[in-house]
Design a protein around this ligand. Structure first.
Ligand code: NI
Length: 240
């Protein structure tokens, strides 16, 4: 229900901004769980038209999974603040509980907090009941710290059954660029993979539990800001 409403809202915004008339069938096919589709349709129908209005920044979203992490997240937040960038953090519930100050800081500095389950479970390998409990426990934890329930979730490994997805009252978000930062732990490699692929409306997947990923994220921002990109939270990417 929320997803449908947001999709409709989203297209209203696009139509208002651009006057582009979108084919109804295209609208019907849009789902937030398919980040690639969102990117393609939005880019095709909007960015071309937007450029006629002058220097409209190209939007792109950085997302950080698996935190908050006591060794890395604080430094990342410092770097984001310095660059005036807002990002999205899909937190693991038990990490949020363990690091309430960092969780609160993420929220207070204007970033978006999403739900990444309580113990990083593979949602395709547990019952729907168990998966639902993991999500609820995480949302309650985030709410207790920030006063706000997450509206967006990202399933660990990007895996979630269609049935479970449809039963959720959250918006599922995957990604369009995955530099496998957890695997390489090599800053320059991560930067190269992202900046060579980056396009308008991309959702970049990184993890704020590796030093190399934090270093890469800040370099990615410096490079892409110079190319005219504006870093926004996932909800801004979808709704602005
Ligand atoms: Ni994860």
């Amino acid at each position: 229900m929320i997803r449908c409403l947001c999709t409709i809202l989203y297209f209203f915004c696009i139509l208002n901004l651009t006057g582009v008339s979108l084919d109804f069938q295209v609208k019907e096919k849009m789902h937030y769980n398919n980040a690639q589709e969102v990117k393609e349709v939005v880019s095709e129908h909007v960015s071309g038209e937007m450029s006629e209005y002058g220097d409209v920044p190209k939007k792109i979203a950085l997302t950080f999974d698996d935190g908050p992490n006591v060794a890395c997240t604080g430094r990342l937040l410092d770097g984001l603040k310095k660059r005036n960038v807002r990002a999205t953090f899909f937190v693991i519930g038990k990490n949020a509980k363990k690091n309430p100050k960092l969780t609160k800081r993420i929220y207070e500095e204007g970033h978006m907090i999403g739900n990444h389950t309580y113990t990083h479970i593979d949602m395709s390998k547990v019952s729907e009941g168990k998966a639902g409990k993991e999500l609820k426990k995480t949302s309650r934890t985030v709410h207790a710290i920030t006063g706000e329930y997450p509206q967006y979730m990202r399933p660990p490994y990007g895996v979630c059954s269609q049935k479970l997805e449809e039963s959720l009252d959250m918006i599922l978000v995957r990604w369009t660029i995955d530099p496998l930062d957890w695997k390489t732990e090599n800053t320059n490699e991560i930067v190269k993979k992202v900046v060579t692929k980056a396009e308008e409306n991309d959702i970049i997947l990184l993890h704020d539990c590796y030093k190399s990923s934090v270093d890469a994220a800040l370099k990615i921002i410096d490079i892409l800001q110079k190319k005219g990109y504006e870093f926004v939270t996932v909800d801004e990417l979808f709704l602005d």
